[in-house]
Design a protein around this ligand. Structure first.
Ligand code: NAD
Length: 247
């Protein structure tokens, strides 16, 4: 299927591994020029080898608010306009209500909520002026069904979903769509950090397997396609049927 986005440009954050890298790969496979952003220059350089075209790499730490302006400037310098933003980062540390101190919340909110707000504030207005744009944030299926030991993630991602849903309505008349894609359990480094026995984890997923990051990337690329121009304000689970609620 031709996604109709060849020649477009994308900034993908958290793109040196896992789901972010898979999104960059899927977009580049459809002819999108991509900038990959993450913390480590070395890991980004290795990741870029696996991405079609001539991807640009940008070193940034999304947990540091003062670095966002430099990230945006570097991406604009490299690509000109940015048509597509894939907002992603690592997840915050695990913990529950009792084990998580108040002082842990600001860092989690910066990494998984405010960094995306800042990127949207910088990149959506030019998309509106050009009459075309796509924003996709990678959140979590925990927005539908909070995960007991991930209270920081649950909290930040629910807030981000509300921010993006509100924004989606406001910018829809200008040709800009804003969506979230919610991973369930995918075979990435993050999952290996959270769980010891991945076979046991997979056995509890209705599809009886962990998600393939490449499949996830292709779903995100479709959300960025021309054909998906009427999909906005949506939160799309890619979770093997793990979330049991009706919505
Ligand atoms: P991952 O650890 O494989 O990749 C995370 C990426 O973000 C890496 O490129 C890493 O370098 C980058 N990153 C981390 N901290 C950063 C920072 N401060 N600044 C800039 N870049 C940073 O993780 P993943 O499995 O691909 O997950 C991506 C997102 O999806 C995470 O937020 C994760 O919590 C969430 N998620 C993943 C799953 C899953 O099953 N893998 C499930 C639910 C939610």
């Amino acid at each position: 299927m031709d996604l109709g986005i060849a020649g477009r440009t994308a900034l993908v954050t958290g793109a040196s591994s896992g789901l972010g890298l898979a999104c960059a790969q899927a977009l580049a496979a459809d002819g999108v020029r991509v900038a990959l952003a993450a913390r480590s220059h070395e890991r980004l350089a290795a990741a870029a080898q696996a991405v079609d075209g001539e991807p640009v790499t940008i070193t940034t730490d999304l947990s540091r608010p003062e670095q966002i302006d430099d990230l945006v400037s570097a991406a604009l310098d490299a690509l000109g306009d940015i048509d597509i933003l894939i907002a992603n980062a690592g997840g915050p540390p695990p913990g529950n209500f009792a084990s998580t101190g108040l002082d842990a919340y600001p860092d989690a909110l910066q990494l998984n909520l405010l960094s995306t707000v800042a990127l949207c504030k910088a990149l959506i207005p030019p998309m509106q002026r050009r009459g075309w744009g796509r924003v996709v944030a990678i959140t979590s299926v925990s927005v539908r069904q909070p995960i007991d030991q991930l209270i920081l993630s649950n909290t930040a991602r629910a807030g981000l979903t509300a921010f993006l849903k509100t924004t989606a309505t406001e910018v829809a008349p200008d040709g800009v769509t804003v969506n979230t894609v919610q991973p369930g359990l995918h075979a990435t480094a993050r999952l290996g950090q959270l769980y010891d026995d991945l076979d046991a984890v997979a056995a509890n997923v209705p599809t009886r397997r962990l998600g393939d990051p490449a499949d996830f990337g292709r779903v995100v690329a479709f959300v960025c396609s021309e054909a998906a121009r009427s999909i906005t304000g949506a939160s799309i689970p890619v979770d093997g049927g793990a979330a049991r609620g009706l919505q």
